[in-house]
Design a protein around this ligand. Structure first.
Ligand code: SF4
Length: 74
């Protein structure tokens, strides 16, 4: 079954586990026990504007929005 890609990704090499993303969009991000943000299925139904806020608020630039049409980072 083809599944649409998640609309956002986190680079685990860049994330420092600050948790800002999970505070901005708690349905879309969860900080794991390892201290890394993990994108949740709820990201699919999270407002784009909230995801954009999470990208903006991430202190290390670890979050990438995925383009709807192409599935490519933008
Ligand atoms: S805001 Fe950025 S650095 Fe902080 S937990 Fe989220 S992805 Fe990681």
């Amino acid at each position: 079954m083809d599944q649409e890609p998640l609309p956002v990704s986190v680079d685990p090499d860049v994330c420092v586990g600050s948790g800002d993303c999970a505070r901005v969009a708690p349905a879309a991000f969860e900080v794991s026990d390892e201290g890394l943000s993990v994108v949740q299925e709820g990201a699919r139904t999270t407002d784009r504007s909230l995801l954009e806020n999470a990208v903006r608020d991430c202190p290390t630039g670890a979050i990438t929005l995925i383009d709807d049409a192409s599935g490519a980072p933008r």
